[in-house]
Design a protein around this ligand. Structure first.
Ligand code: MD6
Ligand code: FE
Length: 207
């Protein structure tokens, strides 16, 4: 299907992954999660739990705990390195990112029914010249995107299973969040819910 520019720099590729590829991707992720189990992140300082559970693959993984947000090379509970990024995700990056270096981190967000994500910016990376590439699997999510300053006008976009959204250029630092899931919109995950993957370049390549 054709790409849709939601806002300058924010490009939606509806149905990028056909159903068979979505199933293969979930199988890839189950192998990742067998090595790097989902963990429950909490907000810095307050310790309030997120409503999603997380894990990562790739050289670096994003974590949040009472000490803050950061990227680190190992799993917070097991201390083991994150599993490698599946080839299917490296190929996606090559196809849509338009960035010469590979991604270093893939954050896996697992939404149970009822989970959501508050408005935020992705700004813990050094390489803001690289886009963030996001994959949605499972139930449709109501995604909200605004501008680079808080509290401005926002748009709402539905992200369905297999959709890919690329945040680059002027949208790289846009505020965004997940208002809610739309239950019963996908049969990919047997207990419902949603998985979101975000592929990121974290470090600036040596000049
Ligand atoms: C989600 N996505 O779709 C949350 N961040 O569940 C994100 O936080 C996100 O979709 C940066 C770029 C694209 C995204
Ligand atoms: Fe984000």
């Amino acid at each position: 299907m054709t790409a849709i520019e939601v806002l300058p720099g924010c490009v939606l590729h509806p149905g990028w992954f056909p159903p068979a590829d979505q199933t293969a991707l979930v199988d890839d992720l189950r192998r990742v999660l067998a090595e790097a189990p989902l963990f429950q992140p909490v907000m810095p300082r307050t310790g309030k739990p997120f409503s999603v559970r997380m894990s990562n693959c790739g050289a670096l993984g994003w974590v949040s705990d009472r000490a803050g947000y950061r990227y680190q090379p190992g799993h917070p509970a097991t201390g083991q390195p994150w599993p490698p990024m599946p080839d299917r995700l490296l190929a996606l990056w090559d196809a849509v990112a338009g960035y010469p270096q590979p991604p270093e981190a893939c954050l896996i967000n697992w939404y149970g029914p009822g989970a959501k994500m508050g408005m935020h910016q992705d700004r813990d990376e050094e390489a803001f010249d690289a886009p963030v590439v996001s994959v949605s699997l499972g139930d449709t999510a109501v995604f909200r995107i605004g501008g680079t300053s808080r509290g401005g006008p926002t748009r709402s976009v539905r992200l369905a299973s297999g959709d890919v959204i690329v945040f680059g250029g002027p949208a790289r630092l846009a505020h965004h969040g997940i208002d809610r899931l739309v239950p019963g919109t996908s049969t990919l995950l047997k207990d419902g819910g949603r998985i979101n993957l975000t592929l990121r370049r974290v470090t600036k390549p040596a000049a």
